[in-house]
Write a protein that binds this ligand. Structure first.
Ligand SMILES: Nc1nc2c(ncn2[C@@H]2O[C@H](COP(=O)(O)OP(=O)(O)OP(=O)(O)O)[C@@H](O)[C@H]2O)c(=O)[nH]1
Ligand SMILES: [Mg+2]
Length: 325
């Protein structure tokens, strides 16, 4: 016995499809209204009657709004995304949500092509800046770009050693710079056409001095500041942080710990509030494989795959290459 499903804009067309495919003996097992469309589940085999009825599918827009609520996406952003998804009129919630996300969240990876300016990773303490630097260098090496790394974190105990461990393994030169002038000198060491990446000390964006120091460093070498932010944060707090960093000159965001967070409302809120594009995503602690370039389709899948009403932890779902089990 094989169940078949038929989708059409109205009941008459759906029944015509059933008859055309299965003939007059088809047994209708279930009829659902999905948005404006009709979905019929039918079978030929009479045994099908004994089979349990399929679970009624959630309306696509309902599935989207439940997922956004689960992820603690701010109500205003959730409304905007749901309304945009509604305009797409797709039966598949993932495609509809992806279409809405695509309109609001541009993706601009840092390693698509060799950046023309040094990149400077900034963010809160522990956000994943240094690990992300190493992951970006690993990607640069795959592209056979010459690379150098510089750390301006001369404050945290072990920071220079941490970077040294990564750069030794990645076999690239590393420098430390305690002020804008030494940063400029370090950048001058880079061979022409090199991928130049700069680490910074964890910053407190509520402290204007911290932000203006980052600006001084970036200005000294005309670097692009890129925000690194861990997923799983409160969406209100993250939105405020995203806005503060955006006001400092950040345009792109690398969310990290996608694998270790259950809710993504924070990173969406930060990107929306700061009008930030998504760059790469940190999907595992692994340096070689822990960074992924992710489009709207994948983000929509991440948002929807966590059962919205579920109270249990989702399966270990993200692997080093960013695919899902
Ligand atoms: N699971 C997971 N862990 C990550 C990811 N990115 C970074 N980490 C881990 O997060 C921790 C902090 O990472 P760091 O790179 O040291 O963070 P940081 O922003 O440089 O920290 P400070 O220099 O102290 O401000 C480390 O244990 C990393 O391995 C990720 O995408 N997934
Ligand atoms: Mg660090």
């Amino acid at each position: 016995m094989r169940l078949r499903t038929f989708n059409a804009p109205n009941m008459k067309d759906a029944m015509a499809l059933v008859k055309a495919e299965l003939g007059p003996d088809a047994i209708i097992l279930n009829v659902e209204q999905i948005g404006q469309a009709i979905k019929i589940t039918a079978a030929l085999d009479r045994d099908a009657i004994l089979a349990p009825l399929p679970e009624p599918a959630l309306d696509p827009l309902e599935a989207i709004s439940q997922a956004l609520e689960f992820h603690r996406v701010s109500p205003a952003l959730a409304d905007r995304l749901t309304q945009q998804a509604a305009q797409v009129l797709l039966e598949n919630p993932q495609q509809a949500l992806a279409a809405a996300l695509r309109l609001r969240f541009p993706v601009q990876p840092l390693t698509d092509r060799l950046p023309t300016r040094p990149l400077m990773l900034v963010g809160m303490p522990g956000a994943g800046k240094t690990a992300t630097l190493a992951k970006l260098v690993a990607r640069a090496k795959l592209k056979q770009w010459p690379a150098i790394a510089i750390t301006c974190d001369v404050v945290k105990a072990g920071a220079v050693e941490q970077l040294g461990t990564y750069t030794k393994a990645l076999q690239i030169p590393a420098y430390r710079a305690g002020n804008p002038a030494t940063l400029r000198k370090a950048v001058e060491q880079a061979p022409k056409g090199a991928f130049v990446i700069i680490d910074t000390v964890g910053c407190n964006p509520l402290n204007a001095t911290d932000l203006s120091y980052l600006n001084e460093l970036a200005d000294a070498v005309k670097a692009e500041m890129v925000l690194v932010m861990a997923a799983g944060g409160c969406s209100v707090e993250s939105a405020e942080l995203g806005q503060l960093f955006a006001e400092t000159g950040v345009n792109r965001l690398i969310p990290t710990r996608i694998d270790a967070a259950r809710r993504y409302g924070g990173i969406l809120g930060a990107a929306e509030a700061g009008r930030l594009s998504f760059a790469e995503f940190g999907v595992s602690p692994e340096i070689a494989t822990g960074l992924d370039i992710v489009g709207a389709d994948k983000i929509a899948a991440w948002l929807l795959e966590t059962a919205p009403a579920s109270t249990h932890l989702p399966r270990a779902r993200r692997q080093a290459n960013g695919t899902h089990s």
